[in-house]
Design a protein around this ligand. Structure first.
Ligand code: NAP
Length: 322
């Protein structure tokens, strides 16, 4: 399988790149990856994507983006890229489902994944009370008490979504003020189901076959207490999905891909966009913007190379003996 543009990842960055590359008649191929639609599909309500006056569900937004990219000829493949050979042209992408793919250009849009708390019980009780997706799992906690860890936009957004179902939401945050946007803070403080435990972290998730509580450490006093709860939703930031690119693309000290202002990586012909690059803004709209830039850059890169190849062929034809 060969494509002029292979896009790895199918969140807002990847799907916007696909839309632009498809409209440039490049027939892009999107390798969807582990989470089709990307992290935005786990967001209940997106209220800040322009054009949707009353907001839109994250899943629906991703679905619309995919349909729009497909309408102009984007192809999709459900597999994972496991390795890239950039010593040859076209590039060779190895996948976990058989035949390698070759590509003239690559746009990396693999996004980021929720950061784990890294405490005892978290992995053991995953899907048995520990969840990273309120939108997916909130319903199972109807009438119960749950803990959200973190003080950012995700913690407040998803916590507020959970209050539709739960009787009590306890936010455990390591400082005594939130990082979340003021509008989300106001909503959380005004919600009678929400209470806060400040200056504290979760030291362990407790339970045998399901979550029954958390061990809480107060960072100011050092005091350890146990709190009964039915669920734990960690929202403590993200880590970029760059393991496959280590050794090939330049990464920064936090493993995000380094690009220039035009989404070029250190390898000519490979571009990167969205949360895999951006640890500052991390919005669907900025990811989409970078996806657009990456696709336009890939289009220009291909045009330049086709032009250079044509000129070279002409020179060789003139130089060849009759
Ligand atoms: P974030 O803004 O990085 O917030 C992470 C939160 O977790 C912070 O409150 C941080 O505490 C805390 N934290 C980090 N490591 C921790 C640890 N090891 N133990 C305990 N707490 C820890 O991440 P996010 O909330 O996932 O948001 C990511 C990006 O998506 C942001 O740019 C955000 O604006 C965006 N987003 C936007 C919306 C929206 O606009 N509605 C919704 C969701 C996400 P400190 O505050 O002390 O650092």
């Amino acid at each position: 399988m060969h494509s002029k543009v292979v896009i790895i990842g199918s969140g807002p960055a990847g799907l916007t790149a696909a839309l632009y590359a498809a409209r440039a008649n490049l027939e892009p191929l999107v390798v969807r990856g582990l989470q089709p639609g990307g992290l935005i599909t786990t967001t209940s309500e997106v209220e800040n994507y322009p054009g949707f006056v009353d907001g839109i569900g994250g899943f629906e937004l991703a679905e619309n983006m995919e349909k729009q990219a497909a309408r102009f000829g984007t192809q999709f493949l459900d597999t994972l890229v496991t390795q890239i050979d950039a010593t040859v042209r076209p590039f060779v992408l190895h996948t976990d489902s058989g035949e390698p793919i070759t590509a003239d250009t690559i746009i990396v849009a693999t996004g980021a994944s929720p950061r784990k708390l890294g405490v005892p019980g978290e992995v053991e009780l995953a899907n048995r009370g520990v969840s990273y997706c309120a939108t997916c799992d909130g319903f199972f906690f109807r009438g119960k008490s749950v803990v959200v860890v973190g003080g950012g936009n995700s913690a407040m957004d998803e916590g507020l979504f959970l209050t539709r179902y739960v009787n009590e939401l306890i936010v455990i945050h390591r400082r005594d003020e939130l990082r979340a946007d003021p509008i989300l803070q106001e909503r959380a403080f005004a919600n009678p189901k929400v209470r806060f435990i400040w200056d504290s972290t979760v030291a362990a998730v407790l339970g045998t076959d399901k979550v029954t509580g958390v061990r809480v450490r107060n960072l100011k006093t050092g005091a350890i207490t146990e709190l009964a709860t039915d669920g734990v939703f960690p929202y403590v930031g993200h880590v970029p999905n760059t393991q496959v690119f280590a050794g090939l693309l330049t990464l920064d000290e936090n493993d995000y891909i380094v690009t220039d202002a035009r989404q070029h990586t250190n390898v000519a012909g490979i571009f990167a966009a969205g949360d895999v690059v951006d640890h500052v803004y991390r919005q669907a709209i900025t990811a989409a913007g970078e996806g657009c830039k990456a696709a336009m850059e890939a289009t220009w890169y291909l045009a330049e190379h086709e032009h250079a190849a044509k000129k070279q062929a002409e020179r060789e034809a003139v130089a060849a003996p009759a």
